[in-house]
Design a protein around this ligand. Structure first.
Ligand SMILES: Cc1cc2nc3c(=O)[nH]c(=O)nc-3n(C[C@H](O)[C@H](O)[C@H](O)COP(=O)(O)OP(=O)(O)OC[C@H]3O[C@@H](n4cnc5c(N)ncnc54)[C@H](O)[C@@H]3O)c2cc1C
Length: 287
């Protein structure tokens, strides 16, 4: 599938399926509200660590609902380290039958107590496999890391690996969350020099909870700018104030990215449609 720069800025959301002990339909109210905002697509995460505990079925089911019930593009995340080639073929089949033709192909993180399967080592192995078996049937998205992936020795090495991932058949990239746009701009320059020319959507997470963001930042290695650390410290015990400050910070980040001509904004909604709405309303005329 040819990859080309879009004419307009893509605006998309990420959601996660409810925990296994919660009914799936607890998310439908959120999806009602998110789809009202008319995003270009909604992507659905797949279990922590991409474990094969059945959570991938929830991912596929939700992506299929977004596609068929809400008539919006649904994207299924597919982390591969805990799956075999046969598992992946089954999932591709299920996605295809449900009309879901967009996949975010990932390696996934190691999950405690699960020994990774040996069929896929990197996301690029999965992407090459999907291309080999399905040609251009699926549009393939992949992850990239403006500050470098946490396991990579440095950003240049990570970008060299990213180039292989793009050459394996990636159509579009979505970034890990970041809070300082300068990392994104430097990354884009380096990626361009390395010959990576597929569209890149900037992953933005509105921060609304101090503990949650500190855990995320530890896991993914994103830098929290000093000015935002001060906001977190000042409002950590005032949830509404912190929420409003988080929305304001994310909106300012997005406005700056749009002014720089970013290909797309991917909002990590954390299933919070109120926040997605506040941001969407402010930026809708800017896209
Ligand atoms: C937008 C987005 C959505 C995500 N959604 C999910 C989700 O739903 N579920 C989930 O479990 N995780 C998710 N993740 C997290 C992701 O699974 C982790 O960041 C994981 O550690 C790496 O996945 P990857 O696909 O980027 O891996 P890869 O592209 O395989 O890269 C992993 C590491 O290997 C290195 N590498 C790659 N190729 C080579 C090579 N040929 N030789 C040597 N080194 C190499 C890279 O530099 C990097 O350090 C998401 C991440 C992002 C950015």
């Amino acid at each position: 599938m040819p990859s080309s720069k879009p004419n307009r800025t893509i605006f998309s959301f990420e959601v996660f399926p409810p925990k296994r002990d919660m009914p799936l339909d607890t998310i439908y109210k959120t999806l009602d509200e998110l789809t009202d905002l008319e995003p270009d697509f909604i992507s659905v995460t797949c279990g922590a660590g991409g474990s094969s505990d059945g959570s991938n079925h929830r991912t596929i089911e939700l992506a299929a609902s977004i596609q068929n019930k809400y008539h919006r593009e649904g994207i299924a995340h597919l982390p591969c380290i805990n799956f075999t080639k046969d598992d992946v073929l089954d999932m591709l089949d299920e996605l295809d039958k449900n009309g879901v033709r967009k996949i975010l192909a990932l390696r996934g993180d190691r999950a405690e107590g699960i020994t990774p399967k040996q069929d896929f080592r990197y996301a690029s192995d999965l992407i090459a496999f999907i291309r080999d078996r399905s040609g251009s049937r699926f549009q393939i998205f992949a992850a990239c890391y403006p500050e470098g992936h946490i396991e990579a020795p440095n950003l240049d090495t990570d970008i060299r690996n990213l180039k292989q991932k793009v050459e394996a058949g990636t159509d579009r990239l979505i970034t890990q969350l970041f809070f300082d746009n300068e990392y994104f701009y430097e990354f884009m320059e380096k990626a361009d020099k390395a010959g990576i020319h597929v569209p890149v959507e900037a992953g933005i997470m509105p921060v609304t909870n101090k503990k949650q963001i500190e855990r995320m930042v530890t896991l993914c290695g994103a830098t929290l700018p000093r000015k935002f650390q001060r906001v977190l410290a000042k409002y950590e015990s005032k949830p509404e104030a912190l929420r409003d400050a988080g929305i304001a910070f994310a909106t300012e980040q997005i406005v700056d990215l749009l002014a720089h001509g970013v290909d797309g904004i991917h909002l990590y909604t954390m299933n919070n449609s109120f926040i997605a709405r506040r941001i969407s309303e402010t930026i809708s005329t800017l896209l």
